[in-house]
Design a protein around this ligand. Structure first.
Ligand code: FAD
Length: 490
């Protein structure tokens, strides 16, 4: 059998290992952490358990497809449910809104709470599915770096609809046209944060995202988000993939324009016919590919935003809260200006709280809740994070106190903090960005690294920093696009 080495066991690395094992390769994964999953891991704090990074799960069929390919029934290995309410929204003036999965109920709720005509919701979601239907086959499922992608039927259809696909306006401009109530504009602008972008800059094409959440659905793995990692990791082991943890790769060996293996941190050389890089692309070029020609244009693209997370064990229950909760800033434009232009954190940030113990009670002790409390922050440019964390914690607590009308601080019994510096340290993401390069301009989809190297034969790329982008579904698709380029091992 031919051998494939994968550098990194992020979710795309694991998915790649499954696909290459099924193609007949002997697959070996090297991971610098002591555990698989990268950003999609977990944190235990006393009696509380938290999903460490991603909390929103869309397009579960991307996970299931891997089980189907291995001729296993996904339901026996990975179970999930569809959320009846995707998110609870809160504003400072006391307004609340539940985003029901049932679109009639959601339109009714929006109409009752915000006075917005129901038809506006329906039209916006038709528009969102229109963008998805035209662009998903082109951008999500194929390599943008293969001329065949640009000359097929899907591409031809998309060329004819450029205006309707939102390429020429920003997300905010499109949402201001679609909705009357500023709160609804804000709610739909928030989808830019799903890939770490700024709604006041990113093209309206990203209005594709509400389609995933509303028209298809938001889901929750019954054993928590970390079960996506666990179940796929187990599947890869069943297929014979081997992992070496606590093993950093120091260099990709390139001989006569071909990747031929890797050099490990202890100087050991491992040879392979195929090398797949799942490490963040920017840091990969700076370290394990530092002797190779650098794709400067791609490396210098602005990065997506990062996050500041407080994992809090809260010794009380709150009836008003659901799995996903958003407490909106009173000035969204100012908040995004701080994140993307000033490199700072706004004093009134939008706060997200994810509480898995509502769906998975053993994640918190009886009568308690596990609050994954997150705000979007700039990526790491050397800010004084210790100071920013202190200020932000105070601002978040004051905001929650105001809206929940409770003194939160005494309820926090355990705490751990993740910030852009520690995100980079734990997963090697350049500047701690959550989703690789940002999508703040209309060319950004083209300014992501391809799933292969055009300079070095047998070297491939997967993961959130390369095409088609960050987030679990796109990472899983990167593994598919990448492995589709690789011939079966004979
Ligand atoms: P990563 O998770 O980035 O892992 C890369 C792995 O490579 C790491 O394990 C690292 O240790 C290893 N590695 C790096 N260099 C080396 C080396 N030299 N040698 C060996 N190993 C190496 N996505 C969603 O879909 N929904 C969400 O709600 C969501 N929320 C998020 C919230 C947070 C706080 C974060 C951090 C991310 C979130 N994301 C979300 C994004 C999602 O987590 C990522 O896009 C995805 O998990 C990235 O996977 P990846 O395969 O690119 O690898």
């Amino acid at each position: 059998n031919r051998k494939a080495i994968i550098i990194g066991s992020g979710i795309a690395g694991i998915a790649s290992s499954i696909r290459l094992a099924l193609k007949g390769y002997t697959v070996e994964v090297f991971e610098s952490n002591s555990y698989p999953g990268g950003k999609l891991s977990k944190i235990d704090l006393g009696e509380y358990r938290f999903d460490a990074g991603p909390s929103l799960f869309t397009l579960p069929e991307q996970v299931e497809e891997l089980f189907h390919l291995a001729e296993k029934d996904p339901k026996e290995h990975f179970d999930y449910l569809k959320l009846p309410v995707t998110c609870h929204y809160f504003w400072e003036d006391g307004k609340k809104l539940k985003a029901y999965a049932d679109l009639d109920l959601f339109a009714e709720e929006v109409n009752q709470q915000l006075g917005e005509p129901k038809s506006h919701i329906k039209e916006a979601l038709i528009n969102s599915s229109y963008i998805y239907d035209h662009l998903a086959p082109l951008f999500m499922h194929k390599s943008l770096h293969d001329w065949k992608t640009w000359t097929n039927q899907d591409a031809m259809k998309a060329y004819l609809k450029m205006g309707k696909l939102g390429i020429f306006s920003t997300m905010n401009e499109a949402n201001e046209k679609q909705f009357d109530n500023p709160k609804l504009i804000q709610l739909f602008n928030r989808y830019a944060t799903y890939n770490g972008s700024n709604p006041y800059e990113t093209p309206a094409t990203l209005n594709i995202i509400p389609h995933l959440e509303f028209n298809i659905g938001a889901f929750f793995p019954k054993k928590g988000m970390h079960d996506i990692t666990n179940s796929l990791f187990q599947l890869s082991l069943d297929l014979g993939v081997t992992y070496t943890f606590n093993q950093k790769v120091d260099e990709i060996i390139v001989e006569e324009g071909k990747a031929t293996g890797v050099i490990l941190a202890d100087n050991k050389k491992i040879e392979a016919e195929i090398v797949v890089n799942n490490m963040d692309m920017v840091n990969a070029y700076k370290t394990i590919l530092k002797k190779q020609k650098q794709p400067k244009l791609l490396l210098n693209q602005p990065k997506s935003s990062s996050a500041l997370i407080f994992y809090w064990g809260i010794k009380r229950k709150f009836e008003d809260l659901d799995l996903h909760n958003i407490f909106f800033s009173d000035n969204y434009l100012e908040e995004f200006d701080h994140i993307f232009k000033k490199g700072r954190i706004y004093h009134d940030p939008t706060v997200y709280i994810n509480i898995t113990s509502l769906y998975k009670p053993d994640d918190a002790p009886e009568g308690c809740m596990n609050w994954f409390t997150m705000i979007n922050v700039p990526n790491n440019q050397g800010q004084d994070w210790d100071q920013l964390i202190l200020e932000s914690k105070k601002n978040i607590i004051h905001k929650l106190n105001r809206i929940l009308k409770t003194d939160i601080e005494p309820l926090i019994e355990v705490e751990e903090i993740l910030d852009p510096r520690t995100i980079e340290l734990k997963t090697s993401s350049a500047q701690g960005a959550l989703y690789g390069n940002s999508s703040n301009n209309k060319f950004s989809a083209f300014l992501r690294h391809a799933n292969y190297s055009s300079k070095i034969q047998n070297l491939y790329f997967c993961g959130g920093s390369v095409h088609p982008g960050g987030g679990i579904p796109l990472c899983l698709l990167s593994a598919k696009i990448m492995s589709d380029m690789i011939p079966d091992s004979v």
